[in-house]
Ligand binder design. Structure first.
Ligand code: NAI
Ligand code: MG
Length: 370
């Protein structure tokens, strides 16, 4: 039997510990039923860490994050910490994790489950069966480029500056992740920029094209301008398989694609870093949603986004695609039966359940499938 995988679980604030509780049950089930064992270490991040340690993430927790096989995060933040200085705010813990682990590739799937196809703002026939993956560059681009800042021009005018900067290596490493993911899926990659008006976009297109010729000519590559992509995502989203784009366009396009699917409680994500000598990438998996203070502590949170993030971890960090399929299939089965947490009760609900009962239903469906 393979060695246990080392995980760091950072449940965080609000509904984080509630949804992560269901992940721990599924992880334990994997150990006993599928011989896929996990050694789970836990630590504080976000507001709970500020309360206990005065900082949103400690150096000791960072050391753990840098050495485990994968990090799972719930959510951070809440009104209790809204007033504190930005450098020690809950979000600063998440930013430090992303920065120190150099998580440059953010993976955001948009998948429409048949039972929830009517929850989309678009017509059922446009979204039914949708399964796309957006790969957003996360550590470069206009959010980090220099020069930046607000300068006083002295004549009563001020000037705000942010600079879009990309180097060839930054473009190539995120494009390589996207090409590799495309190979494991429908083998189609669409690269998105605005090369018609931006030099960084022209470099992006040139480098993606070059990498394609050098290493990934088996993948079907297309290019699209970002404004057209925004339109195509609502006109005919099923034309896409994997999309790769920069930090700014990816921020907007991934949120747009997410809304094709319905609820925030259903959306997982992964953030990947560079491979080490053994080919293993640093990785952090987390739901897209936040700490949902309005429903925290009430057993109402939908654990599916976090469970699907765990499934992404199985697939992308450990190559356990069969086990990932088992979780995703079980989620689909449970939704088909009309089992719903409150956030997705709008379509086809037969039974309204708590966080824990949703976890139980998914575990039962996993057992039935295996
Ligand atoms: P949010 O995602 O926490 O909540 C937005 C709405 O969606 C709320 O009505 C909430 O009840 C609902 N919701 C979210 N996740 C749900 C789930 N799993 N099941 C059922 N309903 C769910 O975003 P919001 O309200 O803007 O932010 C709340 C706090 O979370 C803030 O402190 C914010 O800074 C933080 N936040 C943290 C993130 C993270 O840890 N990555 C991401 C987004 C926000
Ligand atoms: Mg966003």
């Amino acid at each position: 039997m393979a060695a246990n995988k080392k995980l760091l679980v950072l449940a965080g604030d609000g509904i984080g510990p509630e949804v992560m509780g269901e992940v721990k049950r599924v992880a334990a089930w994997m150990g006993s039923q599928r011989a896929v064992g996990f050694d789970i270490d836990e630590a504080l991040v976000g507001g709970c860490s500020i309360d206990a340690n005065g900082v949103p993430v400690t150096d000791a927790t960072m050391d753990k994050a840098m050495t485990v096989d994968a990090v799972l995060l719930g959510a951070v933040g809440g009104p209790k910490w809204d007033g504190v200085d930005f450098s020690i705010r809950p979000e600063a813990g998440l930013l430090r994790l992303r920065k120190d682990m150099e998580l440059f590739a953010n993976l955001r799937p948009a998948l429409v489950y048949p039972a929830l196809a009517d929850a989309s703002s678009l017509k059922r026939e446009i979204v039914e069966g949708l399964d796309i993956l957006i790969v957003r560059e996360l550590t470069g681009g206009v959010y980090f480029g220099e020069p930046r800042g607000i300068t006083d021009l002295g004549n009563g005018e001020r000037r705000g500056i942010n600079t879009q900067v990309y180097t060839t290596s930054e473009i190539r490493r995120v494009a390589a992740v996207a090409f590799e993911l495309a190979r494991k899926r429908g083998n189609r990659l669409c690269s998105v920029e605005k090369m018609n008006v931006m030099e960084s976009g022209r470099l992006w297109r040139e480098e993606v094209t070059r990498l394609h010729q050098e290493q990934y000519s088996d993948v079907q590559l297309s290019h699209m301008l970002a404004d057209n992509c925004a339109m195509q995502l609502v006109r005919n989203p099923k034309q896409f398989d994997v999309i790769v784009t920069d930090n700014l366009f990816g921020d907007m396009l991934s949120d747009e694609a997410a809304m094709l699917t319905g609820s925030l409680g259903m959306l997982p994500s992964a953030s990947l870093g560079a491979p080490d000598a053994a080919g293993r990438r640093k990785a952090l998996y987390e739901p897209v949603h936040g700490s949902a203070p309005d429903i925290a502590g009430q057993g109402k949170a939908n654990p599916i986004a976090t469970l699907l993030s765990f499934a992404m971890m199985l697939r992308y960090s450990f190559d356990l695609g069969t086990e990932a399929d088992l979780i995703e299939g079980a989620v689909s089965d449970v939704l088909d039966r009309g089992i719903r947490t409150a956030d997705i009760a709008g379509t086809g609900a037969a039974q309204l359940v708590s966080t824990g009962d949703m976890g139980t239903a998914i575990l039962e469906a996993m057992a039935q499938r295996s």
